[in-house]
Write a protein that binds this ligand. Sequence first.
Ligand code: SD4
Length: 333
Amino acid sequence: MKRRNFIKSASLTGAGIIVGSNLTSCAEKSAEEREVPVSTGKTSLPLVIATWHVMDSTVKAMKILQDGGTALDAVEQGCMVEEANEKGQSVGKGGLPDRDGNVTLDACIMDKHGNCGSVVYLQNITHAVSVARKVMEDTPHVMLAGKGAEQFALSRGFQPEDLLTEASKAAWEKWKIEAKYKPIINIENHDTIGMLAIDKNGDISGACTTSGLAYKMGGRVGDSPIIGSGLFVDNEIGAAVATGLGEEVVKTVGSFLVVELMRQGKSPQEACKEAISRIVNKPNSDYKNFQVGYIAVNKQGVTGSYSIHQWFSMTKFQDGVNEQIQSDYFNKD
Ligand code: SD4
């Protein structure tokens, strides 16, 4: 089914979750133009991969890696590029708000030692991923939420900012006219950034940052800050990160599952595919009305990605080539 037809049929079913708002230029291209490999056997290091079309973020991360920086610095700073980009309406500043007009951010980060930090329902701070890193490095905890996370960020010198831009406010006001209890679905259109990197030493780190589902219920938290769901890194095996309808990722502990499948011998591509099949093969799965996508890398530097529906892509920077790679997908109806 073509993208526009799908949107129409999804809206006819009354389904609805918006995950992100900006159609990438890729989404406007024909399927023929978008025929690109889903995975390569290349294994040269360093490398960085990220969900969706985020070339500027991978450039930033690769610069750090090429200068001898760590994978941890690379994923943090790569994600920060998208957090600061006000045009990306599901990450950081400019993220679409919840139903009450509040922009609330979820983010996490994980290093080569298996250390991790996370923030949920963070308000008024653009760089949620950096706050997550501070939680990991400066506290005995893994996760801080809401006011506590914000106060912690302020205590570490982060500057408070109004994250609701004019464009996102206008979109929210338009949404309020109908204000469906369930947010609106747009399955191929996400911007959450999840990033995985391997540095010159072969060490892996990952990060994930999002403003979550647009027009979600106040207090809603998705998969992105949940270690094992939105992100998992095992420096012996590899790493995975998720995007899409977080509730479905949480129910299957998706990123941990992908890494465990790689541990059992599956390639990153096979592991992502299997994790998607756990979602779509559930009895009564409503998968036609939502999107989930995974990207993964193994310790050897082989990458893979897979999603439920068409239009998911991965940005990959390796061997001097920064490219958008279209993901293979389950629903070919
Ligand atoms: C969430 N997984 O909050 C995130 C949304 C997302 O692209 O991935 N958007 O459920």
